[in-house]
Design a binder for this molecule. Structure first.
Ligand SMILES: [Zn+2]
Length: 419
């Protein structure tokens, strides 16, 4: 896949290895970059180890020094018995492909959004009558592009309008909605279900890639003014604007497969069944990974009912007294802990999803209204999914094909892979 794999580096290094490097049961391999440094490689049939930093970071994957010794010993079979089978080489990022995907990201976000918005042709009816309002597609397109660029529309009006004028000439939108009219749509209730549906649509192309799903929740800060008000009133004021996003994501690519946004004080655990229900509409789920906040009999039953296996962490004081799904899961957790941990460690992908979303699109919500803040957070998650989709189009060569579900009853429309 790349030119930087450890086994390939090892075959480059093998020329520098001599028979005399094997002393007292250990191989002494010289460092490539530092001439005075030597790494000690243990090469035995039971296990392999190296004293270099790369091995410490990525074990049990082999570093280039172990690969070099492996190659040397395979060529000189009289030296030592060829024992160990190589540990699988992990997924190394293809940086050339990665840079290419980043350079064209905004163009591709525009293309994907135009495709996603195309079926949304209904104009928004105003309850008070009056002149016709902007089409839904134009409003959603504007809001997503604004969230993607992550700058306040009022401070950079010309920057935003130049992006939208460009979209207008390409035919992605039919007119440029005013900044305030787009913002006012963000505070309307219908936007929530629409944005959730769009997030689910962008996960659809991953349905054959993801079977292991991680669940987690994270908080996003409200506007500064509200934090200030709360401090002034000694914490008595209502904590507004603060939101929590509850998501499920695939552990292989990090695509968000279900999302719900709630107030800051809502609990995590009861949201697992609805998130799982959303995910199962598009994915065949085999494993569900989550931290101890999700450990409840109700959640275990919901996961088992979907034919999946729960790998949920237990609290330290948990006991297997409750019969049924709880006891069954707890006994496996207690008696096969090493095996359980092998599955559970893949949960870390969900932390990477939070990190990426907050780095790229900010962890602060600008909207003051309750509904607007909720929808703003959904927009951030949608933007993350679009970026994830674009990365995977390049890395895995997947075809972006969406189903728009209940939006207008038209299924299975697809777009060409962007060149
Ligand atoms: Zn090494």
């Amino acid at each position: 896949m790349t030119t930087k794999r450890q086994d390939e580096r090892g075959s480059h290094l093998v020329k520098s290895i001599k028979r005399s490097d094997f002393r007292q049961g250990v191989w002494h391999v010289k460092s490539e970059s530092q001439p005075n440094v030597e790494y000690r490689v243990l090469y035995e049939s039971a296990a392999c180890a190296c004293t270099c930093a790369a091995f410490r970071l990525h074990q049990p994957e082999w570093c280039k020094h172990i690969w070099a010794v492996h190659e040397f010993v395979s060529e000189n079979t009289d030296m030592a018995p060829i024992g160990p089978t190589p540990a699988p080489v992990g997924r190394y990022r293809d940086w050339a492909e990665y840079h290419k995907s980043r350079a064209w990201q905004i163009e591709q976000v525009e293309t994907l959004m135009a495709e996603l918005c195309r079926p949304l042709t209904t104009p928004i009816a105003s309850p008070k009558g009056g002149r016709p309002r902007n089409p839904v597609a134009d409003v959603v397109y504007t809001l997503v592009l604004r969230a993607y660029c992550n700058f306040p529309g009022r401070r950079f009006p010309r920057l935003l309008s130049s992006i939208l004028e460009h979209a207008l000439t390409k035919g992605a939108i039919t007119r440029v909605p005013g900044a305030s009219s787009a913002q006012s749509c963000l505070g309307e209730g219908w936007m929530e279900s629409l944005l959730t549906e769009l997030i689910l649509s962008t996960s659809f192309p991953f349905r054959s890639l993801e079977t292991i799903i991680a669940v987690d929740c994270s908080g996003f800060l409200g506007s500064r003014r509200q934090n200030y008000t709360k401090r002034k009133t000694g914490g008595k004021g209502r904590e507004r604007g603060w939101k929590r996003a509850h998501i499920m994501c695939g552990v292989r690519t990090g695509i968000i497969t279900a999302a719900i946004v709630t107030d800051a004080h809502d609990h995590d655990s009861p949201l697992l069944p609805p998130l799982l229900e959303m995910t199962c509409q598009r994915f065949k789920v085999k494993e569900v990974l989550g931290d101890s906040a999700y450990a409840s009999a109700r959640n275990f039953e919901a996961i088992l009912a979907k034919g999946a296996k729960p790998y949920i962490n237990f609290r330290k004081n948990a006991k297997g007294a409750k019969p049924g799904a709880w006891r069954e899961t707890f006994l496996y957790y207690r008696d096969h802990h090493a095996e359980w941990q092998e599955h559970y460690r893949r949960r870390r992908m969900v932390e990477a999803v939070w990190s990426a979303t907050k780095r790229m699109f900010g962890e602060r919500l600008r909207s003051k209204g309750d509904v607007a803040a909720q929808n703003e957070l959904l927009l951030k998650l949608l933007c993350y999914n679009l970026c994830c989709l674009i990365r995977c189009i390049h890395e895995f060569g997947i075809e972006p094909e969406f189903t728009n579900g209940s939006m207008n009853g038209q299924n299975g429309w697809r777009i060409q892979r962007p060149e």
